[in-house]
Write a protein that binds this ligand. Structure first.
Ligand code: PLP
Length: 369
């Protein structure tokens, strides 16, 4: 792998392909695959990731908000895009850019019907979201009659799919609850099909759902974190390959005397003759203050170096007293070792948060062989 000369987030598209094929391998050949590329494709680069997934034959994309879908359309992405959490203020633009809304409440359904009518749409594809226990977004099962009434005698929209989202697919202690969610969804789906005069396709599973409940794959699955190399399970993680590696270099090395302090508020005090290195990244790049003060280590030439003192906006300092390195050497913040899940766990968070926090200031570089 090429050594870096500055802070970069390296995106390995071969690893993306590996993860996609691994997850697909868990499914029936006819099951459709939706790639979740919200939040800059989990902090990587939504356009590059979507282009690669489109090339691999993914069936659908999902983003959270309309502007994320617009970005993909601007880049020439042709695959259908589900917008999971749209707001009415963006419905005109959503329709102009052929994005497909999740309709999750009576209010949002009414608002979308209004805009679809104004723009003289016919059979515009929409996706109805049911709440089966996450209690976040979605219609309740007793809204089905309301939806039916709203749709009767009009043709502006067509329900392409119905879906729901699991609350704890990664947690096998919650298996009973998850099985109940699956059976609730099955029941909603059946009732919906009986009351609407066509059969929308169905989807429920996220990455951990694919791993733990493949019997509930219905017609499509929606995977995000798995594509990027994590499966909320160390065994699954060992099968997947991390797509993103955050790399930086050593800007400067300091030799400090006993009792000297390092960084803002003098948060680190040297216990002896110590050696520190300063790295060009900080909380403005997505490595928050919670990773400082010895909580977390980075990888310098294969050796562990703890982050010391307070994380600054554009810099962090590490202890390299026992590490063989020099100015200009590459530092792996996270990637294969430590991986993002492990790095994140040092501050009691998860790979999802760490990955999506890497700010747009960090240059993205792409690897593909
Ligand atoms: C983000 C999201 C997903 C993807 O979940 P992963 O755990 O990353 O696979 C799937 N479905 C919905 C509704 C989501 O919001």
């Amino acid at each position: 792998m090429p050594k870096t000369a500055e802070t970069v987030l390296e995106i390995n598209l071969n690893h993306l392909e590996h993860n996609y094929r691994y997850l697909r391998g868990k499914l029936k050949p006819e099951t459709k695959f939706l790639g979740v590329v919200k939040a800059f494709a989990y902090g990587s680069d939504s356009v590059k990731i979507a282009q690669k997934l489109e090339e691999l034959g993914v069936d659908y994309f999902a983003v959270a908000y309309v502007n994320e879908g617009v970005r993909l359309r601007d880049a020439g992405i042709k695959t259908p895009i589900l917008v999971l959490h749209p707001q009415a203020v963006n419905f005109e633009e959503l329709i102009e850019r052929c994005l497909e809304p999740s309709l999750y409440s009576p209010k949002i359904l009414k608002e979308f019907l209004g805009v679809a009518k104004e723009l003289k749409q016919k059979d515009y594809p929409v996706h109805i979201k049911f709440n089966t226990g996450l209690n976040r977004l979605g219609f309740w099962e007793n809204d089905i009659d309301y939806i039916k009434e709203r749709l009767e005698g009009r043709d502006e929209i067509k329900v392409t799919s119905i879906f729901s989202h699991l609350a704890a697919s990664e947690d096998l202690n919650e298996k009973e609850f998850t099985l109940k969610q699956i059976s609730n969804f099955r029941k909603n789906a059946q009732e919906f099909d009986e009351k609407i005069n066509h059969t929308p396709f169905k989807h429920l599973l996220n990455t951990s759902g694919i791993i733990n409940y493949p019997e509930a794959q219905f017609d499509m699955v929606r995977s995000g974190i798995g594509l990027y190399g994590f499966g909320n399970d160390t065994e699954v993680d060992s099968e997947l390959k991390p797509v993103a590696t955050l790399k930086t270099i050593i800007s400067q090395i300091h030799k400090i005397e006993p009792g000297e302090t390092v960084g803002y508020n003098r948060a680190f005090t040297s216990k002896g003759y110590q050696i520190t290195a300063t790295l060009p990244l900080g909380h403005a790049d997505g490595i928050g203050r919670q990773y400082g003060n010895g909580n977390t280590y980075v990888n310098v030439n294969g050796q562990k170096a703890p982050i010391i003192g307070n994380v600054c906006m554009d810099m962090i300092m590490i202890d390299i007293t026992n590490v063989d390195c020099e100015e200009g050497d590459e530092v792996i913040v996270f990637g294969e070792n430590p991986n993002a899940e492990k790095f994140a766990s040092t501050s009691k968070t998860i790979s999802y948060e760490l990955l999506t926090s890497i700010s747009q200031r960090v240059k993205r570089v792409f690897l593909e062989s």
